[in-house]
Design a protein around this ligand. Structure first.
Ligand code: SF4
Length: 107
């Protein structure tokens, strides 16, 4: 094998590895949709999670107008998606219109 050929193969392998790493980092492209968080789940109940923030009693501590999962700093995923991953509930998707007591303002 010539020196230039092995170098070319090395560069090719490097490019494939970098491409694979990028795909793995952006795993959302291949990830199955997450199951929706069940509001009756023990942790969800403990944090008062609801799928529709408009149904939260306005006197609930920590709740306030305009506070929804969609503008919480714990939410991941893409804007405009109805259900998105939440850092507080790993492996589950929460309603963008929902709310829970762990809500925190995005900075
Ligand atoms: Fe919604 Fe934020 Fe609670 Fe997650 S932590 S369920 S995004 S309010």
């Amino acid at each position: 094998m010539s020196h230039s050929r092995s170098r070319r193969e090395f560069v090719h392998t490097l490019a494939l590895t970098a491409g694979l790493a990028a795909v793995l980092r952006n795993g959302r492209a291949f990830a199955a949709p997450l199951p929706h968080l069940d509001p009756t789940d023990a942790m969800a109940k403990g944090l008062g999670y609801v799928e529709d923030a408009s149904k939260v009693d306005p006197k609930t501590p920590g709740f306030g107008p305009g506070k929804v999962c969609e503008n919480c700093m714990q939410i991941n995923g893409g804007a405009g998606e109805a259900y998105r991953p939440c850092k507080v509930f790993p492996g589950k998707a929460v309603s963008a219109k929902g709310w829970c007591k762990a809500w925190a303002k995005q900075i």
